[in-house]
Design a protein around this ligand. Sequence first.
Ligand code: HEC
Length: 409
Amino acid sequence: MTNKPLLSVIAAALLCAPLPARAQQAQQDFPEGPGKPTFVAVCGACHEANRVRAGYTPEGWRTVIRMMLNFEVPIPEDQVGTLTDYLIKNFPERPRPAAVVIEGPVQASIKQWQVSTPGSRPHDPLATKDGAIWYTGQLSSKLGRLDPKTGEIKEYPVRMQTAPHGLVEDKDGNIWFTGNHLSLIGKLDPKTGNVTEYKMPDPKAKDPHTIAIDQNGIVWFTAQNANMVGRLDPKSGEVKLVTSPTPNSRPYGLMINSKGIPVFVEFGSNKIATIDPNTMAIKEYTLPNAASRPRRLALGPDDVVWYADFSRGYLGRLDLATGAHKEWQSPSGPQSAPYGIVFTKGALWYNESFAKPNTIVRFDPKTEKFQSWAIPGGGDIVRNMDVTPDGNPVTANSLMNQVGLVEVK
Ligand code: HEC
């Protein structure tokens, strides 16, 4: 490694220089021990150092460090082991609810594939028209394409530290993605590997998140931390942004309904919203429980909204046309953390992301009955799902560095 001495010098300088406010906070609040100086100097630069309090298994911590190194976090090479041990010792996995697996009438089997680059953090999956399963390697700065028939994977590099997040296919087979760290929208042409980048017209538009294309070819995206929703016209490249009426509402999961209207959930509030595709006026619908935090949504064939209530462990249904609302506790309970969700083959399919192991849950809207399956190998964490042309759910499993396919018989 030619850059080792340089990194050591940078780290030494960081350790001696007066610490920025965030790092000073970390200095006080975190346990003593070898590894702490590196932690304080390095880990609060992009996100809160408090992120580590989420807690992981020893294997999970090794994966997190692998991911951060992929993302060019300047951990001096001779400190990687000490820092990893510090994190393993002080931030173990928190207690998680045991998965409740429910038998039922539907036959399904789950296949998982390891993606090529270790520590990729596959964030979102995408099932394309040609039968492939794509994923964003958020921390490997790659997009990947798996052929589920052969298991062959091809990865396409994007600019380092882009942090590709959501992705969608256009009618010509280009893959559009959000780059949440560099605040851009990208378009990959898989035939050439060329990436076109579209920058945000406003520097405040941080964290482009979920992406969808409407019936007119317009690209829509949420920008979570900016509290915005955006619209990109691929013909002109023009990007327009609007701010959500609710402060810090964290626009998150996004889908286009059958009438061409983008529908999104606000993960920072208990609201679901639509955006007028022409005027970009946002209309919000409030869920009855103030503690609800809808994270992702699925649309039924009737455009009814189904959502994963992450904070309370519920599956919810809201009919935007009538206001009718109903919710069901997810099988693994209040802490099950329902996350990625799709509607396919007449039912809801979603993931319980804090249940151990993670599950795939099916909910039949006619009988209102649940059925579920443990994901082989643990599954953690399915942040989004998609559906293949023949109606099977696909997953990306970020901490396991896998993508998955649920084959419904
Ligand atoms: C250069 C920017 C950067 C720095 C510096 C950084 N991270 Fe991260 N980290 C990221 C990004 C990007 C993500 C993924 C997006 C997100 O969730 O924010 C992430 C996510 C995480 C996660 C959540 C992982 C998961 O999948 O559950 C943890 C834990 C974490 N970082 C720990 C650390 C630690 C420990 C350090 C110091 C060694 C560190 N980070 C330094 C950019 C950074």
